[in-house]
Ligand binder design. Structure first.
Ligand SMILES: [Zn+2]
Length: 511
């Protein structure tokens, strides 16, 4: 580990730092403190004396482990949840506005149906989201009619850490909040409220570390689903977490894989749009490479290499080609992928077995999934994801391409995805707790030293609580439910230090 010269200097000076601290602490051992406050109680020592002790502690702490210095920071234990932006707007309620947004989607669909009928209506689509007269008159209290699915996704390449668990807890908590709100609203009404469930999608097309290669400046990867046994390592942890959260919330959970997304009957039509607009989408979705990162693993047995960024893909949009005399199958758009060892292999976007082989990087996957959700008029889809995806990421990679798609095709007019962002769990510097940090040299050791290692993974959390292994998860579940109950808390990050006391020690902070 690189040690700053100043840190080395501090480390070498450990003995004098210790002596200094001891000399400052010694008066505290007697009733007569000798401190300048003039009182006999050490708790009333002057700010200056207190600051002196804190400074002495800060000078000493880095000397304790000179090879890997640690640093002392202090706080007053006061928890603030300041209002502003989302925390102000949704201060009183989060579930209600989400339900209202789903109602608006149904109103738009109903208007679409009316327009499709023989009655022309001057009401424009843009005017509809705020009016739900039809729905309001159908039921005393308006409720959505379609089932509601709360989604979250995860790369199963580690035992879930607290950030992932928070996303899961948010999904189940929101699902329960929506279900309970609708049930309360449906009392004395004959209609049953629509079913609410959680769906967790495993990104089994994430690259397996150490299985990739780079040839001629092009990156190739092998995905989890193509490496035997790779998925098995942590799946039991995910299944246990999901089983417990489903049991505690009373919300049904389903799991899905990338195959399920690409097997949806709506996907071929979306892919035709992707093939026809791959140039624009490539520039929009990949600032680094300017190419659409669709992938397919090489079908040669035992190979399964997929070109990571889709830089060598060849798109054949035969719908726009001159060959109109060919058979319908020959007019299907195709994508040809490149294996460094076995050459090109092609999929037809109309062949379900071909399409099920497809993989996409995070922005392309998110866009395809969002389009498929927007086109599903049988269910509502709400997504929970980490707050690090909020803002520019979604505006650039999701909402702008969706707007262009909707304008070009007329599909999903006026509707956008429903996405809620889970608070990030951050370290002392404000960086999110990441899997990389957890496994990186030093990251794990420091968390162990600080007593926060239980937040690094579900496996660690379970071992922390010994025979009562699910206790840590239950505390995170309780905490996240508290955020839903006081929604301003959903619009800020939480530190490991905050969670250490709440989750590991089960104590409250002052707020
Ligand atoms: Zn190959």
């Amino acid at each position: 580990m690189h040690i700053h010269p100043q840190q080395r200097e501090e480390a070498l000076d450990g003995a004098s730092a210790a002596r200094n601290l001891v000399s400052l602490l010694t008066p505290l051992l007697t009733d007569d403190t000798g401190y300048s406050s003039g009182t006999s109680s050490p708790v009333q020592m002057s700010t200056r004396d207190c600051r002196g002790i804190l400074s002495a502690i800060q000078a000493l702490v880095p000397t304790l482990i000179p090879d890997s210095p640690i640093f002392a920071a202090f706080h007053d234990g006061q928890v603030h949840d300041p209002l502003g932006g989302g925390s102000y707007a949704f201060q009183d309620d989060l579930v209600g506005p989400v339900l209202q947004a789903l109602l608006n989607d149904e109103a738009l669909s109903n208007d679409d149906k009316r327009r499709a009928g023989n009655r022309s209506d001057e009401t424009s689509t843009q005017n509809c989201p705020t009016t739900n007269h039809e729905l309001n008159t159908q039921r005393p209290i308006p409720l959505p009619n379609r089932p509601i699915v709360i989604h979250a996704g995860v790369q199963p390449n580690n035992s879930p850490h607290v950030g992932t668990i928070v996303v899961f807890c948010y999904a189940f908590s929101l699902a329960r909040g929506i279900r309970d709100r609708m049930q309360a609203a449906a009392v004395n009404v004959d209609d049953e409220p629509p079913f609410v469930s959680v769906e967790i999608t495993f990104v089994d097309t994430a690259p397996v570390k150490g299985e990739g290669t780079e040839i001629g400046g092009i990156e190739y990867q092998r995905s989890y689903r193509d490496v035997p046994g790779a998925l098995d390592t942590y799946m039991a942890d995910y299944e246990e977490v999901l089983y417990l959260l489903s049991t505690w919330s009373g919300i049904r959970v389903t799991t899905a894989f990338q195959y399920n997304l690409f097997s949806s009957p709506i996907i071929p039509s979306i892919l035709r749009y992707f093939v026809a607009h791959h140039d624009l989408l490539g520039r929009q979705l990949s600032p680094k490479h300017g190419k659409l990162a669709l992938r397919a693993a090489c079908p040669i047995p035992g190979c399964a290499l997929a070109e990571k960024h889709g830089q060598l893909n060849i798109y054949n949009d035969t719908n726009h080609a001159q060959n109109k005399t060919a058979s319908p199958a020959a007019n299907d758009p195709t994508i040809t992928f490149h294996c460094p060892h076995h050459g090109p292999h092609t999929i037809s976007v109309s062949n379900p077995a071909d399409v099920a082989r497809l993989e996409a990087n995070a922005p392309a996957r998110s866009l395809i999934r969002s389009m498929s959700h927007l086109l599903d008029t049988k269910a509502h889809h709400v997504r929970i994801t980490g707050a690090d995806y909020a803002g520019m990421y979604q505006e650039m990679f999701l909402y702008r391409p969706l707007a262009a798609w909707s304008a070009a095709t007329g599909l999903a007019a006026g509707r956008t995805p429903h996405i809620l962002y889970a608070p990030l769990i951050v370290d002392w510097s404000g960086a999110k707790l990441s899997k990389t940090l957890y496994v990186r040299e030093g990251g794990y050791n420091a968390m162990k030293l600080f007593g926060t290692d239980g937040l690094g993974s579900f496996a660690q959390l379970k071992s922390r609580f010994g025979s009562n292994g699910s206790e840590g998860l239950r505390r995170i579940w309780e905490e996240v439910q508290g955020w839903l109950g006081d929604p301003k808390k959903l619009f800020r990050p939480f530190s490991l230090e905050y969670l250490q006391r709440v989750i590991i020690e089960e104590k409250k902070w002052e707020s």
